[in-house]
Design a protein around this ligand. Structure first.
Ligand SMILES: Cc1cc2nc3c(=O)[nH]c(=O)nc-3n(C[C@H](O)[C@H](O)[C@H](O)COP(=O)(O)O)c2cc1C
Length: 218
C-alpha cells in the first residue's frame, strides 16, 4: 500500500493547516535533540538537480543576535517608508521575534551555485526555491512538535552576509526564529491584524490558459 493510514494523513494535513508564522515566543530553549530532528527534516527537502543549496547558521552569540535584530529593525523602518499610505499601519505590526525566540537560525544559499546547471539553466532561481522547500519542511515539523517558527526577510542580504562572514557568492535568504510559544495564532497574524485576507482558491487555479479577470476581446 502506498497510502499512509488515515490518522497519518490527517496529521500531515493538520500540520499544514495549523502551521503559522510566529512572532511571539517564550524564551525557553529548544532541546538540542529536537533541534537536530528539525534540521534533519529540513535536509530531506527536494532540491533542483539534488543540489542541496541550503546552509543553516545557528546564532548562539547574543551580541550577534542583537546585531541581526538591529539590521532587521533598520529594514523595517525602510519598508514602512516605502509603503507610503500604509506606513503607520505597517509599523503597528509585529514582524519578528528575534530577541525573544529560543533559537535563531539564518538560512543561506551556498556559494559556488553557478556550477549547478541541472534545472537552473533557464531558471537559476530554482536554488532559492529549493532552500524554501527546506524551510517549509522545518516549519511543518516544528509545528507538529509544538514549536513555533517565524520567517523574517526584512534585511539587507549583503550586510547580513558580511556580519556572518559568508563566503563570496553565498547569500542569506531567511532569518528563522524558532521556539516554544504559549499558543499558535488561530489565523495568519496578518489576517488577524486585517493587513490581508486569504484569496479564494478558485481565483488562483486556471484551466488550460491564464484566466484574465476581464475576458480578452476577440
Ligand atoms: C518568503 C517569506 C518571507 C517572509 N518574511 C516575513 C517577514 O519578514 N516578517 C514577517 O512578519 N513575516 C514574514 N513572513 C510570514 C508571512 O507574513 C506569513 O507567512 C503570512 O502572513 C501568512 O501567515 P501564516 O504563515 O501564519 O499562514 C514571510 C513568509 C515567507 C514565505
Amino acid at each position: 500500500m502506498n497510502r499512509f493510514t488515515d490518522p497519518e494523513i490527517a496529521a500531515v494535513y493538520r500540520a499544514i493547516r495549523e502551521r503559522r508564522d510566529m512572532r511571539h515566543f517564550r524564551p525557553d530553549p529548544i532541546d538540542p535533540a529536537l533541534l537536530e530532528r528539525l534540521l534533519h527534516a529540513a535536509h530531506l527537502a527536494p532540491s533542483v538537480g539534488y543540489m542541496q543549496p541550503w546552509r543553516f547558521i545557528r546564532i548562539t552569540n547574543s551580541e550577534l543576535r542583537n546585531r541581526i535584530h538591529a539590521l532587521v529593525d533598520e529594514e523595517r523602518q525602510r519598508t514602512a517608508e516605502a509603503l507610503g499610505v500604509r506606513q503607520a499601519e505597517f509599523m503597528r505590526l509585529k514582524v519578528e521575534g528575534i530577541k525573544d525566540c529560543g533559537e535563531l537560525l539564518v538560512a543561506s544559499l551556498m556559494d559556488g551555485r553557478e556550477r549547478h546547471i541541472f534545472g537552473r539553466r533557464t531558471l537559476p532561481e530554482m536554488d532559492l526555491a529549493s532552500v524554501a522547500c527546506a524551510i517549509q519542511n522545518l516549519w511543518l515539523v516544528a509545528r507538529a512538535e509544538g514549536i513555533g517558527m517565524g520567517w523574517v526577510s526584512l534585511f539587507d542580504p549583503e550586510r547580513l552576509a558580511e556580519l556572518l562572514q559568508l563566503p563570496a557568492g553565498a547569500k542569506p535568504v531567511a532569518v528563522l526564529c524558532l521556539g516554544h510559544v504559549s499558543e499558535f495564532y488561530e489565523k495568519p497574524m496578518l489576517e488577524q491584524e486585517k493587513w490581508a485576507t486569504r484569496q479564494p482558491l478558485e481565483e488562483l487555479v486556471f484551466e488550460n490558459y491564464w484566466q484574465a479577470a476581464e475576458p480578452p476581446v476577440v
